[in-house]
Design a protein around this ligand. Structure first.
Ligand SMILES: *Cc1c(COP(=O)(O)O)cnc(C)c1O
Length: 405
């Protein structure tokens, strides 16, 4: 499979599971009842801050349950600060078509308006189109480092300058790339600026449960200022049960997840991550070369383990169907039709076999556009049946009904 699982080997997995088990009963909601949990969370944040450009550790942050909670918290913090300052009544957010839909979910929950701009020829969000969407109600822009669909890194420095010019926030979604870019920039000089060291960036999200190789249910949000971070908190004083002070979205928070993420960071260490990422890039290059020799073309200029590929003369969704018959789980995309890959350490040993099967599957494939348009679900290979529905959206809601609970 080419998504969903981030696995750094059996020994590492054991470390995560053992740490998780040891703290599975504790509750990270209370830092005073479980000081060791609070300390681990704080140490994770302290380890991440310099990784995302805050070497002086001036901002701060919290752990979250992952990228979606991070998106909600960032939008809430920016919204509440802008409203408190009397700058907006409701609030408006600008993002690109490649921005993760978690930000649409967040905007919907927080009743913020959204403008979505197209990406440019290199699949990044262009400062000029973001700029033309800025209005008095705008509270922030969301940029990606990289975005999920294309693996493209938005021009964070340009967008930071734009944010400063208009006095709005800039959240960098580095859920996918934060670890990779943060670790690699210490050894290689081709990593573009993406973090809190870029003037204008006000917050950044990094998932531990992706390339941080933590357990599922772990992410982090880091801020450029404590003033902004404070706006993500919630406090309530009037309850019969006492007062409630909650740093993030959830009430009860998984201490097991925090402990396992903390243990995982220590287990790999910075050099462990670097070795993993060096290996992944070698595998990715072999994969991209092998695919290029079969006529596939990567979109844009992927700089991380994430990329999408099209084919000029073959229907790639048909190719994916054939590959699935051979037991490969394939990720498909739209706009344009493409296959999607997130390369992991495990892929090194199956690469040759994958390329052989891909060659066979491609040989028999018809030209692009031959297979009928289907609803593609992110993170799913299954395709929803649109024919019997009013809209693709209602087909997706039925899909949820059928697959959960
Ligand atoms: C995975 C991902 C998210 C959403 O994170 P979840 O942990 O799945 O909620 C947001 N942005 C990017 C770029 C991602 O890859």
């Amino acid at each position: 499979m080419w998504s969903l699982v981030y696995h750094a080997g059996e020994t590492h997995q054991r470390v995560l599971v053992d740490a998780y088990a040891e703290y599975s009963a504790e509750n990270a909601l209370s830092p005073t009842a479980f000081p060791s949990v609070a300390r681990m969370e704080s140490e994770v944040v302290q380890m991440l801050l310099p990784l995302v450009g805050d070497v002086q550790r001036q901002g701060g942050g919290t752990m979250t349950s992952g990228g979606t909670e991070t998106a909600i918290l960032s939008l809430k913090a920016h919204r509440d600060l802008a409203r408190e300052q009397g700058r907006v009544r409701r609030g408006h957010v600008i993002m690109s078509v490649a921005t993760h839909p978690a930000f649409h979910k967040a905007a919907q929950l927080l009743d913020l308006e959204v403008t979505t701009v197209p990406v440019g020829p290199d699949y990044t969000a262009e400062a000029s189109s973001l700029q033309s969407s800025v209005r008095p109600e705008t509270i922030l822009m969301v940029a990606s480092a990289p975005c999920y669909p294309y693996g493209a890194i938005d021009p964070i420095s340009d967008l930071g300058a734009l944010a400063l010019e208009h006095d709005i926030g800039l959240h960098v979604d580095a859920c996918l790339g934060g670890f990779f870019l943060g670790i690699r920039r210490h050894s290689y000089d081709d990593v573009p600026p993406f973090g809190l060291d870029v003037p204008g960036v006000t917050s950044i999200g990094v998932d531990l449960h992706k390339f941080g190789y933590g357990p599922k249910g772990t992410g982090a949000i880091l801020y450029s200022s404590r003033e902004l971070r404070r706006r993500q908190y919630f406090a309530h004083t009037g309850w019969a049960g006492g007062t409630l002070a909650s740093p993030s979205l959830l009430g009860t928070r998984s201490a097991g997840a925090i402990a396992a993420a903390w243990a995982g960071l220590h287990h790999l260490g910075m050099s462990g991550y670097k070795d993993i990422f060096d290996g992944i890039i070698e595998t990715r290059d072999r994969l991209m070369d092998g695919m290029a020799s079969l006529g596939f073309k990567a979109l844009g200029n992927p700089m991380t383990p994430v990329f999408a590929a099209t084919h000029a003369d073959r229907d790639v969704h048909y190719v994916a169907d054939r590959m699935e018959e051979d037991g490969w789980r394939m990720d498909r995309q739209q706009s344009p039709d493409a296959l999607h890959f997130i390369v992991q350490p495990r892929h090194a040993s199956v690469l040759e076999e994958f390329l052989q099967d891909l060659e066979q599957a491609s040989e028999s494939a018809p030209p692009p556009g031959a297979s009928e348009a289907k609803g593609l679900i992110y993170g799913q290979t299954s395709l929803v049946d649109r024919a019997s529905h009013r809209s693709l959206e209602s087909a997706l809601l039925d899909y949820i009904d059928e697959n959960y609970g």
